[in-house]
Design a binder for this molecule. Structure first.
Ligand code: GLN
Length: 216
């Protein structure tokens, strides 16, 4: 039984899914199932219009090449520096990492993590595992891994959210940035999407809040 997602709050936020390559359509559907407003992002104007962005699974070498070709790499880095919440799944997690083994182009390099691509080798192309994820209540999360990476190093500001039973890190968070080595968009459990929607809505509320209570 899949637990029901927490109810989404009033949809003031617009969620974007980077739609250059990979399984972006599944993410859009998952966000909509959470009650969020979601758009596909292929242009700079679309990137500027969103309050949070998912970078989907796919092929990280291709996504990195297309980010440069569509002239989205620098605008995306600038938005992340300005506090844009971003969640990368699988290839998207690879793109967020500061350091990646075996990537022939520079990643976005936004999270203080090191990621090893295709960490499970050819024998185990895909597998599924039940994970305890910090911040996700209820039953273990049934996670689908496809030619997945693992996170081999996390910096001081990075929280480990989930590990495989052998200890390898497969989900991490640094402030408003999330990285998962697996694909929550490929199952019907919406709890990780709901977590990301909550991070985005909190960021929108924080931006809209009066300066009162904030200290310089
Ligand atoms: N192996 C792919 C890569 O390195 C990622 C696979 C995925 O996103 N499912 O980019």
């Amino acid at each position: 039984m899949t637990p029901a997602p927490p109810p989404a709050r009033a949809a003031r936020a617009t969620l974007g899914v980077l739609a250059l390559q990979g399984d972006f359509a599944e993410h859009v559907a998952a966000l909509e199932a959470c009650g969020a407003t979601a758009i596909e992002v292929r242009t700079r104007a679309q990137l500027e219009a969103v309050d949070g962005l998912i970078i989907p699974g796919g092929e990280s070498t291709t996504i990195a090449r297309l980010l440069l070709a569509f002239e989205l790499m620098e605008p995306l880095r600038a938005r992340i520096a300005g506090g844009l919440p971003v969640w990368g799944t699988c290839a998207g997690a690879i793109m967020l990492a500061n350091e990646v083994t075996n990537l022939d182009r520079p990643p976005i390099a936004a999270m203080d993590i090191t990621v090893e691509r295709n960490a499970f080798g050819r024998q185990i192309d895909s597998f599924e595992a039940d994970l305890d994820i910090a911040g996700i209540a209820g039953a273990p999360f049934h996670a689908v891994f496809i030619r997945a990476p693992v996170i081999t190093r996390t910096g001081a500001g990075v929280q480990v959210l989930a590990r495989l039973t052998d200890g390898r890190i497969v989900a991490a968070r640094q402030g408003r940035l999330l990285a998962t080595a697996f694909h929550p968009e490929l199952t019907d459990d919406r709890r990780v999407h709901a977590l990301f929607v909550a991070i985005v809505e909190e960021a929108v509320e924080h931006a809209a809040a009066p300066a009162e209570g904030r200290r310089a």
